[in-house]
Design a binder for this molecule. Structure first.
Ligand code: ATP
Ligand code: MG
Ligand code: FE
Length: 337
């Protein structure tokens, strides 16, 4: 099945063509340079950038793949969760194409898209599995059962882990996005220098809390400054903060897998790029199989949306022109799909 995918939920404008588990082309335009000077994503600017870039990327896709769009079986677009203005641009563009080419159109839950990204990297992967979905907007543990039903079994009760990386980076005077910067400088730091708290680590649930970490880092910086230390041990602070986050993520994910008797663990989202996280997985490889898709399918992209939409199109689903974006999909549809 040949599906055109469109993703505009946050700050990546992406359009892709996917044939079953094969990605023919996945074009991703990151708006990061545009938002960098504001220290975070500005929703209004994101929407405008999507509007500018989508037609350009679509023309590029047609030109590079040489595929006649009349031959596709359907169109899949992210319907949420995400920034409402940004989502509206993608959904409207997809509707335009659905009319122009007279094709079925399905709205895809962005989180479900992240789960399906794994089939692009690992076509042999079969449920059940546990997903650790870690990005700038989400920190979730998902349980995917034999029939691909997805259940959220854990989530951050406050900040997403990527957000926590970004906030700690800002405190340390590092650039945006902070995750990759913390990752980089932590390699020369000692993760044991500062014993930052690991909230909820031993709670019986699978939830997380990351908002306290930035406060702990802030207090530590203040303490060091009050003690007359002029040059802050940035690398040790970064490495210790990173270690605290990763310890909780890995402990809770493996606990979930153990509790449900599931051997396969899948990583998704931008934070899955973290080198320390990947390194520490080695401690658990005797018990579990880990699936870590390449970063192009971990961070936001339209190929994963096309692949998830394919499952809906195969079931004969067509949302047509009635499709509406929903920024808070969790509230609307609950915890299970
Ligand atoms: P969502 O997918 O939830 O809508 P998003 O688009 O912001 O949100 P991604 O693009 O998947 O999420 O991930 C971006 C986040 O990943 C940022 O917070 C960034 O700091 C973090 N990140 C990227 N690389 C690394 C890394 N190597 N280590 C830690 N964090 C990282
Ligand atoms: Mg992003
Ligand atoms: Fe995402």
């Amino acid at each position: 099945m040949l599906v055109l995918g469109i993703e505009t939920s946050c700050d990546e404008t992406s359009i892709a063509l996917v044939n079953n588990n094969d990605v023919i082309l996945n074009l991703v335009y990151s708006q990061i340079q545009t938002h960098k000077k504001f220290g975070g994503v500005v929703p209004e600017i994101a929407a405008r950038e999507h509007l500018k870039k989508l037609p350009i990327l679509f023309s590029q896709l047609v030109k590079e793949t040489q595929i006649d769009i009349n031959e596709i079986d359907g169109i899949a677009v992210t319907k949420g969760p995400g920034l409402i203005g940004a989502l509206l641009v993608g959904v409207s563009f997809a509707k335009g194409l659905a009319i122009r080419y007279n094709k079925p159109l399905v709205g895809v839950n962005h989180i479900v898209g992240h789960v399906y990204a794994n089939y692009l990297a690992y076509p042999e992967l079969r449920p059940p599995y546990i997903v650790l979905m870690v990005s700038g907007g989400h920190t979730l543990i998902l349980k995917v059962n034999e029939s691909m039903h997805i259940k959220i079994i854990g989530r951050s009760v406050d900040d997403a882990v990527g957000e926590a990386f970004d906030k700690v980076a800002r405190l340390l005077g590092l650039g945006y996005p902070g995750g990759p910067e913390i990752d980089r400088i932590s390699k020369d730091g000692n993760p044991k220098t500062f014993g930052f708290p690991r909230p909820k680590m031993y709670d019986p649930d699978y939830d997380f809390s990351f908002s306290g970490l930035k406060t702990s880092v802030l207090y530590e910086i203040k303490r060091l400054k009050d003690a007359g230390i002029e040059e802050l041990p940035i690398k040790d602070l970064a490495a210790s903060a990173q270690e605290a986050m990763i310890d909780v993520l890995l402990h809770k994910t493996t606990k979930a897998a153990k509790d449900f008797g599931i051997e396969n663990i899948v990583l998704a989202g931008g934070v899955a790029a973290n080198s320390r996280l990947r390194e520490k997985l080695a401690e658990y490889t005797l018990e579990f199989n880990f699936f870590i898709p390449p970063l192009e399918f971990c961070s936001d992209n339209a190929a994963m949306i096309a692949r998830a939409g394919m499952a809906l199109l195969e079931d004969g689903k067509n949302d047509g022109l009635g499709l509406e974006p929903s920024p808070n999909l969790f509230e609307m549809i609950g915890d299970e799909w």
